[in-house]
Design a protein around this ligand. Structure first.
Ligand code: RP5
Length: 162
């Protein structure tokens, strides 16, 4: 099975990003977590993206805050799908990172999830890998069913409180 790379701009992003790693682990997907920055380590970030496919990765999740160029810079250096997590790390509440990540020019997509949306980034990576992996697709479908059942149970319990 392909691996998923999680790249974050700073170790200060980890508390938000950790649930992405946990979600990938839950689905049995091997992942690497790296601290690489579009601004502070531009050569290392580019080199990682350029070799990611040959190193067995199927998708790259990039998390960064402030003027968040990491996901775009990684996308420019790989043909793998790149998922961006805008991190809420500044006085602008993450809106800066959201716009920096989502507003990619035509021809260079980054699939941007919500501000601090680490779990959805992992789920999207899983869905990408599941396109060519029937067993993973089955696990993902089971997860969806379980999620539905949990909400329906909560609804049932809630009715007794009204
Ligand atoms: C971004 O700047 C990082 O992704 C982080 O969200 C933010 C702050 O980084 P530190 O100053 O905490 O290292 O590049």
């Amino acid at each position: 099975m392909k691996k998923v790379a999680i790249v974050m701009g700073s170790d200060s992003d980890w508390k938000v990003v950790e649930p992405a790693r946990d979600t990938l682990n839950r689905f049995g997907i091997e992942c690497s977590v790296r601290i690489l920055s579009a601004h502070r380590t531009p050569q290392a970030a580019a080199a990682f993206a350029q070799s990611a496919r040959e190193n067995g990765f199927g998708a790259i999740i990039c998390a960064a805050g402030k003027a968040a160029h990491l996901a775009g810079a990684m996308a420019a250096n790989t043909t793998l799908p790149v998922i961006g997590i805008p991190i809420k790390s500044s006085t602008l509440d993450g809106l800066d990172a959201l716009l920096s990540t989502v507003q990619m020019p035509s021809g260079m997509p980054v699939a941007t999830v919500a501000i601090d949306g680490a779990v959805n980034a992992a789920l999207l990576a899983i869905q990408i890998l599941a396109v060519s992996d029937a067993a993973l697709e089955e696990k993902f479908a089971d997860f969806r069913k379980e999620q539905t059942q949990n909400v329906l149970k909560k609804d049932e319990a809630f009715q007794t409180r009204l």
